[in-house]
Design a binder for this molecule. Sequence first.
Ligand code: 1HE
Length: 263
Amino acid sequence: MSSSANDQTDPLRWHHDDAVTTVVLDRPRRRNALDSATVRALLHLALAPPEATAVFLLSAEGPHFCAGLDLAEHVALRRGPDDFFRLCRLWHSAFDALQQGGVPVVAALQGAVLGGGLELAASAHVRIADETAFFALPEGERGIFTGGGATVRVARIVGTDRMTEMMLTGRVIDAQQALRIGLVHEVAKEGTALVRARELARKISRNAHATNRAIVTALPRIAGMSHSDGLYTEALVAAHVQATGEVHERLEQFLQRKTVQRP
Ligand code: 1HE
């Protein structure tokens, strides 16, 4: 099954295969810069995933993942503070829906992952880069500020200190350094990020869906809790997942060696 939200000018398309819904940013001539239509389409897809979606695979057409905010649209619309505030809140809704909507997101990254592109990537749970990927927060150079959640999501990945330095200097971080600081989880050979990301997406799709949902919805919430509230919530989540029934079947299969589990 495949679709795009309207016609061939649509900035986003998706296709569904084996419980994995692949979402493709499709404005390579604009380096997949995020205009408001793209962000709205991401929000709709995340809020209402195509039927039988167990995992989203987030990818992009062309040599660059995403050049961030569509600066041409931004300038053309001459957005004032109110407009930009509303746009930022739209981005927050879309990326929150991706990160906390209950469906794991695996991202395949290549080339530029800049500004809002990094904010989008940071809303994915598993990030695979190829060797060409590079990362930066060039907002300072452009006279704007992050508005797609970087102060929360990117800062929590790399730390406020490092993000401050990235924003002040505009430092460009290559794939290997991104791996070292946790911006990505794996670096694949040039041109193979999507293949590797799809492999992982399929593997994740075979997990118990209740466990996957709990991982992506509970962990970010527990991260904001006190020690004792976090542990209490963990027990509630574990009890809820246990109650889905799949656990007994899966454990039985394991004990009878009907499934081969590889780490
Ligand atoms: C764009 C954009 C864009 C390219 N908005 N049109 N983001 C940035 O500051 C990143 C700006 N872009 C770049 O640094 C470079 O374009 C790239 C490193 C991504 C790619 O370089 P390159 O040499 O392959 O392409 P190019 O020639 O720079 O760009 C090709 C075309 O894409 C060109 O248009 P053309 O009409 O001349 O063909 C560019 O204008 C266009 N293009 N990037 C619009 N971003 C909610 S707040 C979020 C805040 C941010 O995201 S700030 C970061 C903004």
